[in-house]
Design a protein around this ligand. Structure first.
Ligand SMILES: NC(=O)c1ccc[n+]([C@@H]2O[C@H](COP(=O)([O-])OP(=O)(O)OC[C@H]3O[C@@H](n4cnc5c(N)ncnc54)[C@H](O)[C@@H]3O)[C@@H](O)[C@H]2O)c1
Length: 250
């Protein structure tokens, strides 16, 4: 009997990560759910921990090794938002966002990348953002972390692709999750502000992001795709139209 492929998903308790875990489990992966908070769903293994803490990441990797003896897919999804004008962002706030959104994925890539390199195969999918491709005001730390995550993705793709490990990023547009609800409460923007920017006229759904992750995870589907930053944004980053022109096309 062959053992199922193993997928590790960070930030799996809610939002995009929860949906990614559900979709990968439905596709036959044994899922490892990790988060600061207890996930509502159960995967094959659940490990609580902080992605920005090297000891916590090492302990997660050793539990995956002892439980499954393999890892096939890593989805770096855990992230935090910060809406703050650049001139008011404290060094502590800056560091926390970079720690969770960029250092965390680096630590996880290192730990699980070593196992994938030893096995000669694996797929890493980093959840960046369209804020990793463009500037958006009042998000200096967040945008820098996501630009950095895309840089990390491209570098690891170059470094590890020749040894069977693909590394890609998914760049969601705005998604209706707990993160967006909290951001709207603190950030003074509305649903219409967002949908007005999107040629397809809606928010992304968590399932839109999870489908792209499942595609990039699966070497049978995306085996020669390595180092891309794939926008899943309904055309937001492609569209240089001014808003009234865009809205006339609806
Ligand atoms: N919602 C959006 O509009 C949107 C758009 C683009 C990109 N993203 C990115 O998608 C990812 C998921 O976002 P979401 O909207 O589902 O957010 P969310 O806040 O709803 O969920 C994030 C999850 O990550 C966990 N988490 C936070 N810090 C952690 C840490 N240090 N260690 C472990 N787990 C931690 C949280 O507990 C939570 O369960 C993030 O990286 C986010 O930046 C979101």
């Amino acid at each position: 009997m062959t053992t199922p492929p193993v997928a590790v998903i960070t930030g799996a308790a809610q939002g995009i990560g929860r949906e990614v875990a559900r979709v990968l489990a439905a596709r036959g992966y044994a899922t490892v759910l990790t988060d600061l908070q207890e996930p509502a769903e159960t995967g094959a293994l659940t490990v609580l921990g902080d992605v920005s803490d090297p000891d916590s990441v090492a302990s997660l990797a050793s539990q995956v090794r002892s439980t499954f003896g393999r890892v096939d897919v890593l989805v770096n999804n855990a992230g935090v938002s910060l809406l703050r004008p650049a001139e008011e962002t404290t060094a502590e706030q800056w560091r926390r966002v970079i720690d969770v959104n960029l250092t965390g994925p680096f630590l996880l890539c290192q730990e699980f990348g070593r196992d994938m390199l030893a096995a000669g195969s694996g797929s890493i999918v980093n959840i960046a953002s369209i804020a990793g491709l463009q500037g958006v005001s009042d998000r200096a730390a967040y945008n820098a972390s996501k630009h950095g995550l895309i840089g990390l993705t491209r570098t690891l793709a170059a470094e590890w692709g020749g040894r069977g490990v693909r590394v890609n990023a998914v760049c969601p547009g705005w998604v209706k999750t707990e993160m967006d609800v909290a951001d709207q409460a603190s950030g003074g923007y509305t649903d219409d502000d967002i949908t007005g920017q999107v040629p397809m006229g809606r928010f992304a759904a968590p399932g839109d992001i999870a489908s792209a992750v499942a595609f990039l995870a699966d070497s049978g589907m995306s085996g020669f795709i390595n180092g891309v930053a794939l926008p899943v944004d309904g055309g937001w980053t492609a569209d240089g139209s001014w808003t009234s022109l865009r809205l006339r096309k609806r």
